[in-house]
Design a protein around this ligand. Structure first.
Ligand SMILES: [Zn+2]
Length: 298
């Protein structure tokens, strides 16, 4: 594996980083990775990390679930159930803000969300680097436009752009936000969902918190960090919405990691209690396990 060090913070261009703790890659390599903190803006980041040639390898276990759609354990089963519920919930939060139009899902994976939107009167486009995933989407729905790269799409085209747990995976989140802004209509809205390491479940599980998901997650954002990314690009943060189900799912995975995959009857109960606490404590601070940030042109 070739690794690279992060030398420049993508949020504030800071150059000074301090080690916070090590995290294990629990889903694939079982290697340890360092989490560092930017000394200027407090962004957490995974560094050193696999370079762009090496990172593909680390997606092998995740692809397995999303490509086959089969569930092999209680964790996969819960994940797939929650995903189906979440599809209609995402549709509803979008259509309550804009009833119809053009939508781009950036980093769409196997395309369940954009397919759902296209089946509900939206003109759907998607960007997905994986060739296999693109072929699968096209075989499911011929009306969808699926691209390998964002550069292939016209400017000022979209009413809605969505990034569902994508920004934490990309090599330069600031550049990506700048490029996406060019594709957004004047009154368009961009939805960015990312995990929040200031949540109670993150504080509770520390290095076992499943949403650190090293080395696939390069960046670990707070509300302040995402707001700054929008500011950098003359985008205005309009709303923050909670993703309350994530607290339970992430807690369940984190319990599994913490207990070396040994299941006991107490595991789902502990996860449920941590999830409940996380959502309850976040009512005042908005520090839910995952957040959706909605922004438009400033
Ligand atoms: Zn920074």
């Amino acid at each position: 594996m070739q690794t690279e060090l992060v030398k420049l913070c993508p949020v504030c261009r800071g150059t000074s980083f301090q080690h916070v703790f090590n995290c294990e890659d629990y889903t694939y390599s079982h290697q340890q990775f360092s989490i560092l903190q930017c000394q200027s803006c407090q962004l957490l980041l995974t560094s050193p990390r696999p370079d762009q040639q090496s990172i593909g390898e680390f997606y092998k276990s995740e692809e397995y679930i999303s490509h086959t759609g089969k569930s092999n354990s209680i964790f996969d089963w819960i994940y797939l159930k929650a995903r189906n519920y979440t599809l209609s919930w995402k549709h509803d939060i979008i259509t309550s803000r804009k009833t119809r139009g053009t939508i781009l899902d950036y980093g769409c994976g196997t395309g369940e969300f954009i397919n759902y939107m296209a089946n509900n009167n939206w003109e759907g486009s998607a960007v997905e680097p994986s060739k296999e995933a693109r072929a699968k989407i096209k075989s499911q729905n011929k009306n969808l436009s699926v691209f390998e790269k964002l550069e292939e799409l016209p400017e000022n085209k979209f009413d809605i752009i969505t990034l569902w747990h994508v920004l934490e995976h990309v090599p330069n989140p600031n550049t990506l936000i700048a490029q996406l802004k060019e594709k957004l209509k004047e009154d368009g809205l961009i939805f960015v969902a990312v995990p929040n390491h200031k949540s109670y479940d993150a504080q509770h599980y520390q290095s076992h918190w499943a949403a650190y998901d090293v080395p696939r997650h390069f960046w670990h954002f707070s509300q302040k960090n995402v707001t700054r990314l929008f500011d950098n690009n003359q985008l205005l943060l309009k709303e923050i919405l909670p993703m309350k189900l994530d607290a339970y799912y992430v807690s369940l995975l984190s319990e599994k990691y913490k207990n070396n995959s040994k299941h006991s009857l107490a595991t789902p109960i502990k996860a449920l209690l941590t999830g409940l606490s996380s959502n309850a404590k976040a009512r005042k601070t908005m520090n839910y396990s995952s957040l959706i940030y909605i922004a438009g042109h400033a």
